[in-house]
Design a protein around this ligand. Structure first.
Ligand code: ZN
Length: 164
């Protein structure tokens, strides 16, 4: 396993549409392990392959408090959404910043796991937000396109919440 370099906002690779994974090869498995390691190392809750410069439809997510429940989504597709949530969102490709984004509060998606098995996942709140955010990356979209108002520095965000 190895850490991969996280591409930052402005890098062309983050604006491209990713290709479907046709076969789960040892190289794909290695990429997924590296993506998990890179995500955990950066204290993120999600990472998409284009964020490490690979234009393939792969995302990893872990929204568990202990960061011990990795979710691997290969060729993911959203099947259903419901409700709405509005809150701050950040991205490992835009470190130190956050912005308010409205997302569905419930998402049902299908994806393939590392064994090549297709599965269905349902998520609410943070998981629903993470799935939407990461899947947007696969089509070359960043959350900044959806931000309501200004991007803020995370330090200011902490101060704001302390004042409330
Ligand atoms: Zn992101």
């Amino acid at each position: 396993m190895a850490l991969r370099t996280i591409r930052e906002y402005g890098d062309d690779v983050l604006e491209k549409k990713c290709k479907t994974v046709k076969e789960i090869t040892p190289r794909i498995k290695e990429l997924v392990q590296d993506m998990l390691e890179t995500m955990y190392n950066a204290n993120g809750v999600g990472l998409a392959a284009p964020q490490v410069g690979i234009l393939k439809r792969i995302v990893v997510i872990d929204v568990s408090p202990e960061a011990d429940q990795p979710l691997v989504m290969i060729n993911p597709e959203i099947l259903e959404t419901d409700g709405e949530q509005t809150g701050y969102e950040g991205c490992l490709s835009l470190p130190g910043k956050s912005g308010v984004v409205t997302r569905p509060n419930y998402v049902k998606a299908k994806a393939t796991d590392l064994d090549g098995t297709e599965y269905i996942i349902e998520g609410e709140e943070l998981l629903a937000r993470a799935i939407c955010h990461e899947l947007d990356h696969l089509d070359g979209h960043m959350y900044v396109e959806k931000v309501e108002g200004e991007l803020v520095n995370n330090e200011d965000l902490v101060e704001d919440s302390e004042e409330e």
